[in-house]
Design a protein around this ligand. Structure first.
Ligand code: FE
Length: 344
């Protein structure tokens, strides 16, 4: 994520506000009124539009959205300041939400509905952001070359028995930064560094740019085990039910699978703050939870909501109870640690 100097930020601010205002307010039927919302979404249109459409159908609220990567959206919010048209910031990974909150871009929402529906470990302790779907980062293995009885925890993938057999995604992407941050929260830095060094020593090949490439590498026999978010595996299974890779729920006799969230918060300068809060409360409801989780084959944050059959087939798992806020708090430490350990 680029960190622009203040001067450059200000320079871009006016351009961005003008462009965005044009993009947003020249759309048909967009005269500002109550009953409308503007969402900045780091989730792509295919994943977010069905949910926003449903909300509009149920409430009559017109929702407009801008999609981009989280970094540029957060920079844009920051540059626009009080002039932002955005009411909601929606991103994947608690690390991004934490970062936006730390920069003062999200406001506190004290909602009994959100507090009751979203487990404490999946929302900001300061109520500035909330997880609405849960993603699990766990072990994927070759169903042809690995006996799952050999598998265990994340730390176990550092064992020499996996020498030349492990695939990892790059450390430059936030998912493994968040995972390592949460390992630091659990084990402390010295032990986590030992684990990460062990992973690096076990690598079969250079790191991958995506979880999908990693899964394909396991299927192709380049390596035997790796770490992935389960929805990437689910998407492959939907197309190729015979894909020769399986999931293993990590650390079930220890602290459990590391989870993260996709989530949202109300922007600090939201023009429709009450409406934005109503939207977040709707996202926490049973119907939206099902939809929000199913469009991307994730898990609802609210228990007792139906899973997609592909996801349900993987069976239940114990999840690590560490707050996902740690992914943000310890992210810089995680990045330094991975660098020291030679994890590219
Ligand atoms: Fe993803």
């Amino acid at each position: 994520m680029g960190r622009m100097s203040l001067k450059r930020k200000n320079m871009f601010a006016s351009v961005r506000v003008a462009t965005l205002a044009a993009a947003v307010f020249l759309l048909p039927g967009c005269a500002p009124s109550s009953g409308e919302l503007v969402v900045y979404s780091a989730r792509v249109e295919a994943l977010i539009k069905p949910i926003l459409d449903r909300y509009t159908a149920e409430t009559g609220t017109q929702v407009r959205f801008v999609t981009d990567d989280a970094g540029p959206l957060i920079e844009r919010l920051n540059a626009e300041g009080a002039n932002t048209p955005a009411d909601i910031l929606l991103t994947v990974d608690a690390g991004e939400l934490w970062f936006a909150a730390e920069r003062g871009l999200l406001q506190r929402v004290d909602s009994p509905v959100l507090a009751a529906s979203i487990p404490e470990s999946l929302r900001d302790p300061g109520n500035r952001w909330f997880g609405f779907s849960l993603r699990a980062r766990t072990i994927a293995y070759s169903s042809e070359r690995v006996d799952p009885a050999m598998l265990g925890s994340y730390a176990d993938l550092a064992d020499p028995k996996w020498r030349g057999r492990l695939c990892l995604r790059t450390s430059k992407q936030i998912y493994n930064q968040s995972l390592v941050a949460m390992l630091i929260a659990e084990f402390g830095e010295p032990r986590t560094e030992e684990i990460v060094r062990g992973w690096v020593a076990n690598l079969a090949t250079d790191v991958f740019s995506s979880d999908v490439k990693l899964l394909e590498a396991i299927a192709a026999g380049q390596c035997d085990v790796g770490l992935v978010n389960t929805y990437y595996y689910g998407r492959i299974l939907r197309e190729q039910p015979e894909f020769p890779v399986k999931l293993f729920w990590a650390d079930q006799s220890g602290s459990g699978v590391h989870v993260n969230v996709s989530g949202a918060g109300v922007t600090a300068h939201a023009r429709h703050a009450a409406e934005a809060r109503r939207f977040l409360e709707w996202l926490a409801g049973a119907e939206a939870q099902g939809l929000f989780a199913r469009v991307n084959l994730e898990f609802p944050v609210s228990p007792a909501v139906e899973l997609d059959p592909i996801v349900a087939a993987w069976g239940p798992f114990k999840q690590n109870p560490i707050s996902v806020a740690k992914a943000g708090e310890l992210q810089a430490d995680a990045v330094r640690l991975m660098d020291r350990a030679g994890y590219r």
